[in-house]
Write a protein that binds this ligand. Sequence first.
Ligand SMILES: [Zn+2]
Length: 359
Amino acid sequence: MSDFYDILGVSKSANANEIKRAYRKIAMKYHPDRNPDNKEAEKKFKEAAEAYSVLSDEGKRRQYDQFGHSAFNGMGGQSGFNSMNMDDIFSQFGDIFGGNNPFESFFGGGRSSSRPRAGADLKVKIVVSYKDIVNGGEKKLKIKRMKRAEGLTLATCPMCGGSGQVTKVTNSFLGQMRSTSICPQCKGYGKVVDKIPAGANKDGMKSVEETIKIKIPTGVEDGNYMTLDSQGNEDINGQAGDLYVFFEEESHEFFSRYGNDVLLQVVLGYSQAVFGDKIDIPTINGTAKLKIPSGIQPGQILRVKGKGFPLIGKSRRGDQLVKIQIDVPSKLNREEKKSTEDLLRIQKGKEIKFQRFED
Ligand SMILES: [Zn+2]
């Protein structure tokens, strides 16, 4: 993939306005309504949107400047991780074209081309544990998709005669008005279902259950997704839409996630906090030693380096942050009771400290 700055034709020091202007220019030029069925233009249009999605976001831009594409592209290959589809582009950056989309007025209605592209896209989710996120690996996923039934035959659409479009002529005092729209009977295919094989629905489709293997990118986060080209539903021509696999993090009994760091709370005994200790703590894929300094306070946070989540596409890992709490027992055994009473006697009359209420 080319450099995002090169794609938009701006310098590395370009400001937000220059980036927006550059993107708008390219998006207009390669807009799908202006370049129907032009794969090259569609590619350029998507590339520009991808570049803009990163460079227009201050945080993402900083990450990109630092790590390059690998900051966003953990999957490699072309069905890229986080790669965008047309709907994303329009839903996210539609406003770039101005309050109302100029193409609607220039080209008469919507961006949908008059020919259907393929069957519907599918969205599925895959639940990954923290362990999966650290170790990567493969997971099997069962999906249900609609496929063109075997033996299905098509006939030319009687309504549009195969053109996929219908032209309506209305007479007015200004003369004849013609308007063209997608054929409602064949939805633009130009063909309709003729012979439906047994077991297929009225659209000539069959629901099929398939098992696919998903490679889990290490460091993947809740809400990240992967696009699998042509693994969605098929249309009557056998052309499939895409499959979007959304990652969902499984919540953990005591770990939680903050960016690439793992958070854990440890509850220490009073004496441990006073004298310090060396303890074993769980990590997301094993255990680690943690040195508790003497006199540690509740709420204090200790950092265990390199025990967090991997950065996408990197071997570097975040840290584990350990928040300290102190256990105040409500039940004591005889021995504990005795020494605590001793302590009470010693500390009796000790001055009480007052502090500002802070969270
Ligand atoms: Zn038709």
